[in-house]
Ligand binder design. Structure first.
Ligand code: E4P
Length: 218
């Protein structure tokens, strides 16, 4: 399973990258706003740090607006992926961009039918938002499971990015289902490392080592 960082915070991306755990990055206009930086500036910086795909999202509503934004984004770096909204216009743009060899990530996917449409339009990635479904008392992982079942049945090449991840168990559940990618905020990535018994065990081994060294000295 590939791990993407769902953030526009360069320092968090660098940290995950240094650990060899950052296979790509996803951003959206809200994450860019949170970073407090200019979109082009921060995205080009991220693209230099990370070798893998970096998703960038515009705000265009129409096919023409989306195409204009996408063609501009794709000039920024070779690893740019254009994020498109799951609308009819987005699907049309997805088809045109995939014909031009520009990678796309169909975002805000909340149903299997939307994922199927995106795949048929040649999307490189689809992003089902599990956390936002869980937030409204639906089961986000059921959606991921449905999409994967369809994609595996037809050997569809579109990869599933499990998005809107809220906690490490979302990553684990997505991995159990065989999802290609989990994109996660830095806080979730940090939490994946933690277990109190690991910390306790390390502490205990250190103390016992010290005790055995002290006993040798006597
Ligand atoms: C995915 O590409 C999105 O950036 C992200 O996962 C949205 O998650 P949220 O529901 O936490 O905003």
């Amino acid at each position: 399973m590939k791990f993407f960082m769902d953030t526009a915070e360069v320092e968090s991306i660098k940290k995950a990258n240094e650990l060899g755990m950052c296979d790509g990055v996803t951003t959206n206009p809200s994450l860019i706003m949170k970073s407090g930086r200019d979109q082009k500036q921060v995205i080009t910086e991220i693209c230099k740090i990370v070798r893998g795909p970096v998703s960038v999202e515009g705000i265009g509503d129409t096919y023409e607006e989306m195409m204009k934004e996408a063609l501009e984004f794709s000039k920024w770096a070779p690893n740019i992926v254009v994020k498109l909204p799951m609308t009819k216009e987005g699907i049309r743009a997805c088809k045109s961009l995939s014909e031009k060899g520009i990678k796309t990530n169909l975002t805000l996917i909340f149903s299997a039918s939307q994922a199927l449409l995106a795949a048929k339009a040649g999307a490189t990635y689809v992003s089902p938002f599990v956390g936002r479904l869980d937030d409204i008392s639906e089961d986000g992982m059921v959606l991921v499971s449905d999409i994967l079942q369809i994609f595996f049945a037809y050997d569809i090449k579109t990869e599933v990015i499990v998005a809107s991840i809220r906690h490490p168990m979302h990553v684990v559940e997505a991995a159990k289902l065989g999802a290609h990618i989990a994109t996660m905020p830095a806080e979730v990535f940090e939490k994946m490392f933690k277990h109190p018994l690991t910390d306790k065990g390390i502490q205990m081994f250190k103390e016992d080592y010290k005790k055995s060294q002290d006993a040798k000295k006597k």
